[in-house]
Design a protein around this ligand. Sequence first.
Ligand code: PLP
Length: 405
Amino acid sequence: MALDIQAIRRDFPILSKKVYNKPLVYLDNGATTQKPRCVVDKLVYNYYNENANIHRGVHFLSQEATEAHEEARRTVQQFLNARSSDEIVFTRGTTESINLVASSFTDECMSAGDEVIVSVMEHHSNIVPWQIQAARKGISLRVIPMNERGELDLEAYRQLFNEKTRLVSVAHVSNVLGTVNPVKEIVRIAHEQGVPVMIDGAQSVPHIPVDVQDLDAEFYVFSGHKIYGPTGIGVLYGKEEWLDRLPPYQGGGEMIASVSFEKTTFNELPFKFEAGTPDFIGSTALAEALRYVQALGMAEIEAYEHELLRYAEAKLEAIEGMRIFGKAREKSGVLSFLVGNIHHYDMGMLLDHLGIAVRTGHHCAQPLMQALGIEGTVRASFSFYNTKEEVDVLAAGIERVRKMF
Ligand code: PLP
């Protein structure tokens, strides 16, 4: 069933805000998404009604909060179609999830000279954690190149494997190009070589249906705030046998079974990876966000955002001097562009004064910018609450800026 966009927009109070006395056109959804009322209400409700530290208290309120947190974990499990809720670890977000795997996987499975395969279009959060491990342990990175459309070169990818390859870690969707990488195929090729895979789902989970059993990756990570949930909460999915195998990332309360000064034993999954008081308020609000998008339907969201992307591409391509970066055949709702010689920052600033929020700069993907031979782009990134009218406002705004230069 088609989405009722106007009804949906009423769920997001911020969308009726004015900036510089103009209606806000929010096209920075790749950076973070706006929150529906139900998610904010859930945060408030929890603080007023279910706030007690979890997993420790015998009292009523603590048990209620514990049950809500674990119910949230089951919601995430079901959303990703994971086998077990033990495979869902709550983290602070994609960045922390990747750092967790980089640290624990390197400690357990890698030694000097071993290699991790990433792609040229990774966000810094899937590059720098590996470089930190490289400095610690002498591992190194191999990089999958892309073609002119911004699609990964799978033949080159196959050639990167050797007896030193220990892990593949790639983005499902590029935050700059919008490319939807063929992650199922990427996983299949890695598995042929006996190599596990981590997928960065920061830009995919909010926009396309994801089934971790179908993809078969060992690890899959995403951030709550990019899928209409609160900031400060995210998810690491890991196959149980892998999470079991990896050592804890941080030490503290919650992640232990017993502690003495002589010896500590660790808790079972998933608590082994959740040291300290978890964000039990955020987890339940994230679950609320997941229920919200599920009620709309991930397939419907994907279809609508795709329609919006195609509409926007046609509109923007008609603008003189327009260069769009990322022409992949499989693409999600991200449009990176430059117009003539106009600096991305100038374009972003001037669009902002028209009420249009876009991202400018390197988008935390400097190696990709180097590969493209540019310093940065302007990026419009869409959500299901955006409209074709807003795309028209964007196109008219770009045209206006172009004429000023
Ligand atoms: N990976 C990709 C592809 C992203 O787009 C982002 C954020 O923009 C991240 C990782 C990092 O996400 P977070 O800052 O929520 O940890």
